[in-house]
Design a protein around this ligand. Structure first.
Ligand code: NDP
Length: 247
């Protein structure tokens, strides 16, 4: 069966753990070529070796998405090595939750730089290639927290609301170029996302809630595969999913 995944060149940011890593495995198993971006290159290399050993095609590339030039270099490396970029999954993200009154301003900057500007840089890097190719697929990662605002999550939610607004604007604008756009909003999925919450009380409280309900990262990978595997004239614009037990 042709799934419309086989042979596609897929660039994934934040591929060193969690949702990005699971998606790389899933798409590689479906015959996609995966280009893996993140800062922890050792982990990317390990993943690329694993996928290559299974007969897949994978390339690790060091990339900090808060640096526009590095994101451009990631996508350009994919095109140089494999001839095109069919899909970019703008997935890299951080979630250092804290109440606003604690003034974790550096963490606000980090969330804006990675969660929002990182997605913009991914679009800036991929769009020229996709226009030239007359086709492509840009997939951005928002969150259930891009639909509602939770405790200690004002800035994180703001970045994820912004990703949804950006994705809708992108959708409207890239139609003439035959480019598909999808924004995926996951609920609680078991990853390393909570490990970087610096406020101990918030980290503990959030971890307890998430441990109760979180689902495996492959749930997200299947959503990505669903969007990509549609025929090219079908554009899955938005996916919102959560654990069945998540309120
Ligand atoms: P993880 O912490 O497991 O993975 C985050 C990934 O982002 C890592 O690969 C990390 O790589 C990368 N990353 C962080 N900062 C940067 C940076 N500056 N440049 C490049 N890569 C970076 O968390 P998840 O897999 O859960 O998160 C993936 C996305 O999913 C995020 O956008 C998150 O907001 C979103 N999300 C997650 C949910 C969940 O429940 N898990 C729910 C809703 C949305 P490295 O550190 O090596 O650079």
């Amino acid at each position: 069966m042709n799934t419309n995944i086989e042979g596609k060149v897929v660039v994934i940011t934040g591929a060193s753990s969690g949702l990005g890593e699971a998606t790389a495995r899933h798409l590689s198993a479906g015959g996609a070529t995966v280009v893996l971006g993140a800062r922890r290159v050792d982990r990317l290399k390990g993943l690329a070796d694993e996928l290559t050993a299974k007969g897949g095609k994978a390339m690790p590339v060091a990339c900090d998405v808060s640096d526009r030039e590095q994101v451009k270099a990631l996508v350009d490396a994919a095109v140089q090595k494999f001839g095109r970029v069919d899909v970019i999954l703008n997935n890299a993200g951080v979630m250092p939750l804290a109440p606003l009154e604690r003034l974790k301003v550096d963490e606000w900057d980090q969330m804006i730089d990675v969660n929002f500007k990182g997605v913009l840089y991914g679009i800036a890097a991929a769009l020229p290639h996709m226009r030239e190719q007359k086709g492509g697929h840009i997939i951005n990662v928002s969150s259930v927290y891009g639909h509602t605002v939770g405790p200690a999550a004002a800035v994180y939610c703001a970045t994820k609301f912004a990703v949804r607004a950006l994705s809708e604007g992108l959708r409207q604008e890239v139609k003439p170029y035959n480019i598909r756009t999808t924004v995926i909003s996951p609920g609680a999925v078991a990853t390393e996302l909570l490990e970087h919450i610096s406020e101990k009380d918030i980290a503990q409280g959030t971890q307890e809630i998430v441990d109760e309900i979180a689902i495996p990262a492959d749930s997200f990978a299947r959503m990505v595969a669903f969007a990509i595997s549609q025929p090219e004239d079908v554009d899955v614009n938005e996916i919102l999913f959560r654990p069945t037990r998540q309120p």
